[in-house]
Design a protein around this ligand. Structure first.
Ligand SMILES: [Zn+2]
Length: 167
């Protein structure tokens, strides 16, 4: 795969990159995938070959629904990345996906970090972001052929207690 340009940044995904190559190939098909451990069967969303629960190095890609709840978030007020300056202030959300809530312990889950965008692929307004808010994946198809999974607020009512930074 070539080096892709995105907002002035180069995104390099070499053919031997087992961390991200197939992830972006799935995104190109508008599928969101995470790793599934072949040792204990648990899903995980962060990079890395070793399972954080059982240390197994065996895993496969697993498609998920892309539906989840905002577990936490922050507002980026000043970005060090020049390509995102016109976005600031913008939210970054930690999404807890529905597939594995409360596993393997009641405080754990399948969580991934994401941008929260609106229908026009612009950053969601801070006043609309809240812990407990329901989100779903959408796919940003760039003209250069790369597809980026992004998240947007869904129509579903919030789950659990809702909390947001005082604005
Ligand atoms: Zn495992």
């Amino acid at each position: 795969m070539p080096v892709y340009e995105y907002r002035g940044l180069g995104i390099n995904i070499p053919d031997n990159d087992s961390e991200y190559k197939e992830y972006f190939e799935a995104a190109g098909d508008h599928r969101l995938v995470v790793r599934k451990c072949l040792g204990c069967g648990l899903l995980r969303g962060e990079p890395g070959h070793g399972c954080p629960w059982c240390a197994s190095l065996e895993w496969e890609w697993h498609e998920v629904s892309g539906k989840g709840t905002i577990y936490s978030y922050q507002i980026v007020a000043h970005t060090v990345l020049p390509g995102f300056r016109d976005w600031a202030p913008y939210p970054i959300v930690l999404v807890e996906l529905d597939e594995q809530r409360g596993q393997p312990t009641p405080d754990d889950g399948l969580r991934i970090t994401a941008n929260l965008l609106d229908e026009n692929m612009a950053p969601e307004k801070e006043e609309n972001v809240a812990i407990g808010g329901r989100v779903e994946v959408m796919f940003m198809d760039l003209e250069n052929g790369l597809t980026l999974p992004q998240f947007k607020l869904s129509d579903e009512p919030p789950q659990g207690p809702v909390w947001r930074h005082p604005v």
